[in-house]
Write a protein that binds this ligand. Structure first.
Ligand SMILES: [Cu+2]
Length: 228
């Protein structure tokens, strides 16, 4: 169950901030959602499987495949400004895309630097953004700007085991879990929201969370295996 904490402290903080600068005031007017996504049965299943299935075909490490993206299903209207050009990075290292999962906002340009010793290619057949950057050598980089929200799966046509996920959101209220499954989404205007999680191998899940100004709502999820 999600619970909001420190609502009383929040209103006191808001009063104290009334004479403060607009930036501080804006911060006091928003809240945060934090918590943890437990690997659940997915973690247990992965624990019995080696991180590298085949030396010739390394897959993303277990920790990377457990990463989840936590996001607000519907964003508060007019609650965020366009902060201009954004940039993110998806590396190619040791025949892997690193990180395995990134989450970005619409309009973000992602750089795909080849930091490996071999040639790589980057392509996607997704409906959200279909592209093919061709094959390029170590030390070179190419980029793609993502202009529509949705899920983009990325591959390399030379190494069929290489893949990564890019989740593109129309708003800034999302977070990728850290190695311990923890996440935090800040700057959320007070209100009631549906918070959802995505993981490549898990079923989609969501919770209703109430966000109060100046406080943090705590929410927990457990990854459940997707039925093939
Ligand atoms: Cu490759």
């Amino acid at each position: 169950m999600a619970r909001a904490r420190g609502a009383g402290a929040a209103s006191a903080a808001l009063v104290a901030c009334l004479a403060a600068s607009p930036g501080v005031l804006a911060q006091a007017r928003t809240g945060a959602i934090r918590g943890r996504v437990d690997a659940g049965e997915l973690g247990a299943a992965h624990a019995h499987r080696p991180a590298v299935v085949d030396r010739a075909r390394p897959v993303a490490p277990t920790d990377e495949r457990r990463r989840a993206v936590v996001y607000l299903e519907t964003a508060p209207r007019g609650a965020f400004d366009d902060v201009g050009p954004r940039r993110a990075r998806l590396d190619q290292r040791n025949e892997m895309f690193v990180p395995h999962v990134i989450a970005i906002q619409v309009g973000t340009t992602v750089d795909f630097p080849n930091n490996d010793r071999t040639y790589h290619n980057v392509f996607s057949l997704s409906r959200v953004k279909s592209f093919d950057l061709g094959r390029y050598a170590a030390g070179r980089s190419k980029s793609v700007t993502f202009d529509r929200p949705g899920i983009v799966r990325v591959f390399c046509d030379i190494h069929s085991h290489m893949n990564a996920w890019i989740l593109v959101f129309a708003h800034p209220f999302f977070a990728v879990t850290d190695a311990d499954g923890r996440f935090r989404i800040e700057g959320i205007p007070p209100g009631t929201y549906t918070v959802a999680i995505w993981n490549e191998a898990a079923t989609a899940e969501s919770r209703t969370v109430v966000v109060s100004a100046g406080s943090e709502a705590d929410v927990g999820f457990t990854l459940g295996r997707k039925v093939p």
